[in-house]
Design a protein around this ligand. Structure first.
Ligand code: ZN
Ligand code: FE
Length: 751
């Protein structure tokens, strides 16, 4: 009996070896028909014996290539056509593309063994790849994903590569970026005025790294600055040249066993480390590397993911390298050769430059195996631009995020695509990257401005807001910052109707009443929206958002709410004069804003136990305070009462001051403070949840990147029988805002 099926597969199914897999599977089951890349995904027609068809459909999911991610599969009966063979048809281009672009993939084991096999044509060739591995998002210029639409379009295939490319039994069948040393791009080493293109440039680069030199290395989504992590003077030099005072550098280590020697890895963190996204994984340090992560007992570690990285180690590079995004200070990562050569000239001793252009900048991602599961701190390479969720919106939506840690989200045909991490928009180059990325996403999915709903933060002075207001679009919607944080968690889970208590703790966001929010508890659902039900007791913030850079300035605002205060400029507090100036602003009621920011409360306590200088990167004082707290084992706590829907920080700060004056150790005070925050919040949640009969708590916002706080909270919430939801697919920090904005906009439209 011959029957037939038409099958449509949606998800990440292009550029991951899916069509050749289908071809082989059809032949293995003696089926005829065809497969093609349509704009709605992969379309398949198969006919043959029923048993073969059944097995085919089953294995389509069960044996799909590792990098494929099937979101949806529709199977329908069809009339057999009497086809004689199975073919791979040309891609069709009819309507708006809804296929998903694959994130970039790490080099696969087969390519890796060819890379190191001296008899192989691609021996030591840094651009080796196949349908299971290699660049995707960083080489794609447009859809559908075919060679002419990639940055490989100026390297015609030679006979060897072409034969592999057109052989359905070969794993390079339709591998769009396929190349070999004869026909493909190469790497060059630029040292001073010399440009070396010899076969041994990677060995030479590795030798320079061994000699303590700083190299700019072109990778998948941009340039890295690399040097020997064990060479403290070199790392110090890198800091100085890069104008990066204290922010930790990421490390790339040769392999997993070396990773295990420098950081404590759990099963979960190893899974993240070796997973297909190959992110930077944060884990407790076992070894101290001076200058790599000053004052931080966590290290960010990643494994090699491109053939070039493997070659560098293979050819003698130090086994632990600093591998940090190449940029000056906090500008976006450099990815264009000319720009890199110019802007990094004062930083790098040499440049290892590959010829294949990078279509768009994509940083390394940063993750951690957290208390409530994987937590993503920076979502970029390996994750972007995969669709995160499906939303009920037929109108395309562009959500522009917030100004810090910006990422944008495009919703098209209901699919929400969250862009790679862009950066802080107050840097001009990051703002330009923000505009480019929005344009890029719209172009890729063929969305026109005149059909677009643009969503932005409610902050009237955000650059993303003014940009939104300048776009010629039919619809705009402002979404309050902290509601977007809560919505991002529910959107990730596809949960539209569960009533939750949403806790949004972060640095700053513009509140409904025009004051600076950041310690908010909401009640509501994604579909119906969120009402503010509780918050931190308001304090003052002299100087407004600028106070975020100076913990003592935030402290002035919070401490002004206390009845009595010692002289904080005297020992043991030793606050600098900035504190006094800030107090004067408060006394004169000049440039003082009301705030409920939890982030600033953390800053205040950091200042009280010793962090009295300016911070050099966002969140630094809070991270410092968490690290400090980890060094104490005390189970003491401070009072942090919840009264009339307000968490009152005054008794808490008074107790901190008293302990500090009594000579209590900063570690112990820091630890007791972390516990107090957890206990105060747990009490608040118990009240809020029982009053509104809710059983689920959502935690989001930058403060919840604090693992110690989460660890303290977990048992307390469990005891109250509250289930806890946190972010996993997008960051809890402002990198997740655009997804939350998009979700709230999707429901605002369908109410
Ligand atoms: Zn491969
Ligand atoms: Fe935020």
């Amino acid at each position: 009996m011959t029957s037939a099926r038409t099958i449509r597969v949606r998800g990440v199914v292009q550029g991951v070896g899916f069509r050749p897999f289908v071809y082989r599977l059809a032949r293995a089951n003696t089926l005829t028909g065809w497969v093609l890349n349509g704009e709605q995904g992969v379309e398949i027609f198969v006919e043959g014996a029923d048993a073969g068809l059944e097995e085919f459909v089953r294995d389509l999911v069960a044996k799909a290539p590792p990098a494929a991610n099937i979101a949806e599969m529709q199977v329908a009966r069809a009339e057999p056509l009497g086809l004689l063979d199975f073919t791979i048809r040309e891609s069709a281009h009819l309507n708006r593309p809804t296929v998903r672009v694959s994130p970039d993939l790490p080099v696969c084991d087969e390519c890796l063994s060819e890379l190191l096999d001296s008899s192989n044509r691609r021996f030591h060739y840094p651009y080796i790849n196949c349908t299971n591995c290699g660049p995707r998002y960083t080489v794609i210029l447009g859809l559908p994903y075919d060679r002419p639409n990639t940055t490989m379009n100026s390297w015609p295939l030679d006979a060897f590569c072409s034969a592999e490319y057109s052989d359905p039994d070969n794993r390079r069948f339709h591998a769009q970026p396929v190349a070999c040393p004869e026909c493909g791009p190469l790497y060059f080493l630029h040292t001073g005025k010399q440009i070396d293109g010899g076969k041994d440039v990677i060995a030479k680069a590795a030798a320079m790294l061994r000699d303590g030199k700083i190299l700019a290395v072109k990778g998948l989504g941009g340039y890295h600055l690399a040097c020997d992590a064990r060479n403290a003077p070199t790392v110090a030099q890198l800091r100085e040249r890069k104008f990066r005072k204290e922010r930790p550098f990421a490390l790339m280590v040769r392999n997993l066993s070396i990773a295990r020697t420098i950081v404590e890895l759990t099963e979960d963190s190893e899974q993240l480390l070796t997973g297909v996204a190959r992110p930077i994984v944060l884990a407790p340090a076992k070894v101290e590397f001076p200058e790599v992560a000053p004052g931080n007992n966590e290290l960010g570690v990643m494994l090699p993911y491109t053939p070039l990285h493997h070659l560098l180690f293979e050819q003698g590079a130090p086994e632990i390298l600093v591998m940090t995004s190449a940029n000056r200070s906090s500008e976006p990562i450099a990815y264009e050769d000319e720009d890199a050569l110019r802007s990094l000239a004062e930083i790098a001793d040499a440049f290892l430059v590959g010829e294949r252009p990078i279509a768009r900048r994509v940083d390394d991602s940063v993750v951690r195996a957290g208390t409530f599961g994987p937590a993503i701190l920076r979502r970029s390479r390996g994750y972007a631009p995969a669709a995160v969720i499906t939303l009920p919106s037929q109108q395309p939506i562009l959500a522009l995020g917030a100004d810090l840690k910006n990422a944008v989200t495009l919703v098209v045909n209901g699919q929400a695509f969250v862009s790679q991490h862009i950066g802080d928009l107050d840097h001009f180059s990051a703002f330009r990257a923000f505009q480019e990325t929005s344009r890029d996403l719209l172009a890729m999915y063929e969305v026109r401005l005149d059909e677009l709903l643009v969503v932005h933060d409610a902050h009237p002075q955000y650059r993303s807001t003014t940009h939104a207001l300048s776009l010629p679009v039919p619809g705009r919607l402002a979404v309050q910052h902290h509601r977007a944080h809560i919505a991002s968690v529910l959107a990730e889970r596809g949960d539209w109707d569960t009533r939750v208590a949403g806790v949004s703790f972060d640095g700053t966001g513009y509140g409904d009443d025009g004051t600076i929010w950041g310690g908010e508890i909401f009640g509501g659902t994604l579909r119906s929206g969120f009402q503010r039900v509780a918050h931190l007791r308001p304090a003052l913030l002299p100087g407004g958002d600028a106070a975020a850079r100076y913990p003592v300035q935030a402290a002035a605002g919070f401490l002004s709410q206390l009845e009595t205060l010692p002289d904080l400029c005297a020992h043991p507090f030793d606050f600098p004069s900035r504190y006094r100036t800030a107090r004067e602003l408060i006394d004169r009621k000049v440039r003082c804003f009301q705030t409920t920011s939890m982030g600033r409360l953390f800053d205040t306590v950091a200042a009280l136990v010793g962090f009295t200088r300016e911070i050099t990167y966002e969140g630094q004082a809070a991270i410092w305070l968490e690290q400090l707290a980890k060094r104490s084992m005390t189970s003491a706590s401070y009072p942090f009462p919840f009264v009339e829907n307000e968490l009152d920080f005054r008794p808490l700060l008074s107790a901190v001051i008293a302990d500090r004056r009594r000579g209590e150790s900063p570690q112990k005070i820091a630890r007791s403070f972390q516990r107090a925050v957890a206990e105060g919040l747990a009490r608040a949640l118990r009240e809020v949840c029982s009053a509104e009969s809710m059983e689920t708590v959502v935690l989001s916002g930058g403060v919840f990147q604090n693992e110690l706080l989460l660890q303290n909270l977990k048992p307390l919430l469990e005891r109250n029988r509250l289930q806890v939801w946190t972010n996993h697919a997008v960051p809890a920090n402002d990198g997740g805002i655009s997804l939350g904005q998009a979700a709230l906009a999707a429901f605002a439209g369908v109410k």
